[in-house]
Design a protein. Structure first.
Length: 321
């Protein structure tokens, strides 16, 4: 399974969780530079690293020298005996996907949960090669004809939910400085803040009662105990918080994530999981959303990862064309 940084590794983890119950051994292909996803995926299987050709925010022409290295490495690590390769998206998956088809493996292609108006670049490309493409929502099946709708794929809960009274603000690898700055002006005391690449120290100095860190591979424990989760769109944490842990969720637009889903998909996605969507962030709009989130009830939706694992198992066993 490919497991690029961010939400893509979340899809891999979620599907792998259910694949293990079918007795399938798992190997994860992760980005060479990824420090965080492997620490979680190692619980479920072997981890192999390959170069990720294009990093977030990079112009394509900067990355041309990395593609040959990615393809050479993928041809070495994708072995015929694996039978099936599951692509969970991002450009990390292109070289392994091509290598898999070259070596006669079956290829399963997974779309992103947040894309509703346009398909992702990698899922659209690999859809032409894939034996099966899996999508979360009926709208996505129209974008990738022939794809199978399995329902929203999200990580299953690892902890029993409870409410310890804090607001968790988490924005993945890249962080969201505009959100952090607006939050810092509200005078709230009980905040847990995960900043990713954004320096956490200025926020901790200004708000000494906050718990602040760049990343925690066990983010689930913070989600499970939060009163409210504020996160970014696009991103997968919102689905985990709302659907796995039944937490109220505020989604804040993150236009700086230019290579992910377009911001126009945000309101519809928020509606699907029962979240509040903020197209622009300011101290006033953020405070209004926090007040509105009190008593918000997320949707109850079955985990599509279980259905995805059943389909992949049939393909692995040769029982599905």
């Amino acid at each position: 399974m490919t497991a690029a940084p961010g939400g893509h590794s979340g899809y891999a983890y979620a599907i792998a969780y259910y694949l293990r119950s079918h007795g399938i051994e798992l190997v994860f292909i992760v980005a060479q530079h990824d420090k965080w996803a492997p620490r979680k995926l190692e619980r479920l299987g072997e981890v192999i690293r390959i170069p990720m050709p294009r990093l977030p925010g990079e112009p394509l022409y900067w990355t041309l020298h990395r593609w040959p290295a990615a393809f050479l490495r993928a041809m070495r690590v994708v072995k015929k005996e694996y039978r099936v390769l599951v692509s969970c998206g991002a450009n990390l998956s292109i070289a392994p996907g091509v290598a898999a088809k070259t070596k006669g493996l079956r290829l399963v292609n997974v779309e992103s949960i947040v894309r509703l108006s346009t398909p992702g670049r990698t899922p659209r490309l690999l859809h032409r090669l894939a034996d099966k493409t899996l999508v979360h929502w009926p709208e996505q099946a129209k974008l990738l004809p022939g794809a199978e709708v399995v329902g929203p794929i999200y990580e299953p809960p690892r902890y029993k939910p409870r409410d310890e009274g804090y607001i968790l603000v988490t924005t993945g690898t890249m962080g969201h400085k505009a959100l952090f700055d607006a939050l810092s002006k509200l005078g709230l005391r009980n905040i847990v803040l995960q900043t990713g690449r954004v320096d956490p120290e200025p926020y901790h100095r200004k708000n000494p009662t906050w718990r602040v860190f760049r990343f925690d591979p066990d983010l689930d424990k913070w989600i499970a105990r939060a009163s409210l989760v504020i996160t970014h769109f696009p991103g997968m944490t919102s689905a985990t918080a709302a659907l796995a842990y039944n937490k109220p969720v505020i989604l804040v637009a993150a236009p700086h994530l230019r290579l992910s889903a377009p911001q126009r998909d945000g309101p519809l996605y928020a509606e699907k999981i029962g979240a509040i969507y903020l197209s622009e962030v300011s101290p006033k709009s953020l405070m209004e959303a926090i007040e509105k989130a009190e008593g918000l009830e997320p949707k109850r939706l079955d985990n599509g990862a279980k259905r995805a694992a059943e389909i992949i198992t049939r393909i692995y066993s040769g029982k599905e064309d």
